[in-house]
Ligand binder design. Structure first.
Ligand code: ADP
Ligand code: MG
Length: 611
């Protein structure tokens, strides 16, 4: 019985997913139904009240999920934003306009805007803090809001705020819930949403792929808080009484429970979490205060047995975007994916002067100089710990150098942030592969296109024409072509984590190419590969150079790889450049052989060669 019911539900879901317009029809019917039901008193008032709580809680859970689930931050003071929305909307409807039904949607929206403004203040410390620290920042925010409200007599201080009309009705709750689900879903499945996910997966890799992490965090906080504020406005006009205590840490915890119960990073999960929590809390009323013990206990059990919530990262198909199958006019991907503005050969693309970097007392790189023309492949070799990765980290903006300067394509990039450097045309891969493991292969590449889209968050949330054109044509086509060019197309929908090792390395290169670089930095791309895989990789790197007209710098220990590919090689030892030149020059350089083999090794080498 239950199984067949679930199957029918799943079929219904599939049908909805296949015909998007059906969603509009179903929502429209739902809205009309809520009007009829509440006007004609078809359901019990208590049931109607619980239904409204469910709607408000769905909005709250979704909005918190955006920050905690999708972005992977840990915000614990969400009730603070709800309070700002609730008080803001109530001041408008009671004090400014002194009621009036027509003013209600405007008041709720204004409450949301005020909460969004508060979010800007909270987002700024979040640029620097993560995890526990962000939890403390948001918790403090929640407490500050509560204390401030307690001290404002205009809104009743600790006694609370009265006088709101009961303007929150079932149809209004339904409408706001649908709008919230729709807007947050659209936000998540967009360029900026992929930026949000990349922060959760690997913030460093995200920034290296051009994601402006500050902008993305600010957007996510603002959108999340707007909807928390909306929920606050609805709540205030349902209860008709709010006090600072309504929005204390317990309220914040309730929202956290809903998110983690349903599933982090899933819209369906947030909806399920909110429904289950609200209904259970009502059903367990007979337990009195004990129900407040049962729910957290349930959460603890869930965290032990299903730490990502009931739904985990799973999503219902109808919340996901439709994947277009149509191909548009083929643009050669080398033209779309690589930069058109690569300068002529002999023009210096990268100029490094006196680059020095210390880690405490350790000089990881000392007075490194380089003039690199456009085109060609340059190898960087040296024993372990000689400063090769540090050099890449400095060029790509991950570290600020202690001394020296880096000029790329006539731009001083020494003090720029990684995403700014990427936007200028420097892309990289990492020594320890840093893919976005819980994103699909195609989405990994899409993140690489962060700076190639020309629509903003509002376009994404409203699904404007600009959004549809850019996502459908520029992004999807380019991703498809890049994947097929590197024979990854059939893995497009697979999670990056499930790829075999060799393909992970390849995907990392493809993701870097999606950022349209002029200079590609490859950090030990053949590490851990067998000879056949190394051979295939060599071909791939050559193809990338030829078809994408890139300049490549590659760190490698496989000598056959370096000697076979590079026109020029620089050798580092203990942070100092000990040699530079053609493969032949490097092979016979005394200092290089000594660095690799030690001075006794050098003697043996000479004895063998009779020199
Ligand atoms: P390579 O890539 O040539 O193997 P690295 O550039 O990773 O070498 O490291 C150069 C030196 O800097 C090593 O001695 C290493 O221990 C040190 N080092 C690298 N990263 C850090 C860091 N984040 N903090 C402290 N020391 C570091
Ligand atoms: Mg290294």
């Amino acid at each position: 019985m239950t199984a067949s019911l679930l199957t029918s539900l799943a079929r219904f879901g599939e049908a909805l997913a296949a015909r998007r317009w059906l969603i509009f029809v179903v929502t429209g019917i739902g809205f009309i139904a809520t009007i009829i039901v509440s006007r004609c008193g078809l359901i019990d008032q208590y049931v109607e009240l619980v239904a409204m709580y469910v709607g408000i809680n769905i909005i709250l859970a979704l909005s918190l999920n955006l920050v905690n689930g999708y972005m992977g931050e840990f915000s614990v003071g969400h009730a603070g934003f709800m309070a700002v929305g609730a008080y803001g909307a109530s001041i408008l409807s009671v004090k400014v306009f002194s009621s009036g039904v027509w003013v209600f949607p405007l008041a709720v929206a204004c409450g949301g805007v005020l909460a969004a403004l508060a979010a800007v203040v909270v987002a700024i410390p979040s640029f620097k803090t993560r995890g526990d620290y962000l939890a403390i920042v948001t918790l403090s925010f929640n407490m500050i809001v509560k204390s401030v409200l307690e001290n404002i007599d205009y809104v009743g201080g600790p006694r609370g705020f009265l006088g709101m009309q009961k303007l929150t009705t079932l149809p209004w709750t339904f409408a706001w819930t649908v709008v919230s689900v729709w807007a947050i879903r659209n936000f998540v499945y967009s360029n900026i949403g992929r930026g949000v996910l990349s922060i959760r997966e690997d913030e460093i890799a995200g920034a290296a792929m051009g994601v402006d992490t500050r902008k993305v965090k600010l957007h996510a906080f603002v959108v999340s808080s707007f909807f928390a504020g909306v929920a606050g406005g609805l709540y205030a006009h349902l209860l008709q009484f709010i006090s600072p205590r309504t929005f204390d840490i317990i309220k914040s915890t309730e929202i956290l429970i809903m998110v983690y119960l349903g599933g982090v990073g899933s819209i369906a999960g947030s909806i399920a979490g909110a429904v289950i929590y609200t209904v259970l809390i009502e059903a367990l009323r007979f337990l009195g205060q004990w129900r407040m013990v049962i729910m957290p206990l349930l959460l603890v059990l869930l965290m032990i047995y299903r730490p990502k919530g009931i739904f985990g990262l799973m999503e219902f198909r109808w919340f996901k975007p439709i994947t277009t199958k149509k191909h548009h006019d083929k643009i050669p991907v080398s033209a779309t994916a690589s930069s058109n503005k690569s300068p002529e050969r002999d023009v210096e693309l990268l100029v490094i002067d006196g680059l020095t970097h210390y880690f405490g007392g350790l000089c990881a790189l000392s007075d490194f100089n380089l003039r690199l023309g456009a085109g060609g492949i340059m190898g960087i070799i040296g024993p372990n710990g000689s400063g090769k990765t540090t050099l890449f980290n400095l060029i790509s903006g991950y570290y600020r150098p202690s001394q020296g300067s880096i000029v790329f394509d006539s731009n001083e990039i020494t003090r720029l942030r990684p995403n700014e450097i990427n936007a200028l045309g420097v892309a990289r891969t990492f020594q320890n592969i840093r893919l976005f493991n819980n994103l699909s292969v195609a989405d990994n590449v899409r993140v690489g296109m962060f700076n190639s889209v020309n629509y903003n968050a509002a376009d994404a949330m409203l699904r404007t024409r600009r959004f549809n054109e850019c996502e459908g044509r520029d992004v999807d086509d380019c991703v498809r072509e890049l994947l097929s060019l590197f024979e990854l197309e059939r893995y497009g929908q697979d999670m990056a984590a499930t790829l075999p090792y060799g393909l992970k390395r390849r995907l990392e290169i493809v993701r870097a190419l999606a950022t349209r670089p002029q200079l590609l930095l490859l950090d030990e791309p053949a590490a851990g590969m067998n000879p056949a895989e190394t051979g295939a990789l060599m071909e791939l790197v050559q193809r990338v150079r030829d078809e994408f007209k890139l300049t490549i710098m590659v760190i490698e220990h496989h000598m056959s790889f370096i000697m076979g590919l590079c026109e020029r090689i620089a050798v580092l030892d203990f942070g100092v450049a000990i040699a530079a030149g053609s493969p032949d020059e490097i092979k016979n350089d005394k200092k290089v052989i000594e660095a690799y083999l030690g001075s006794s090794g050098l003697k043996n080498y000479r004895a063998q060669r009779g020199t």
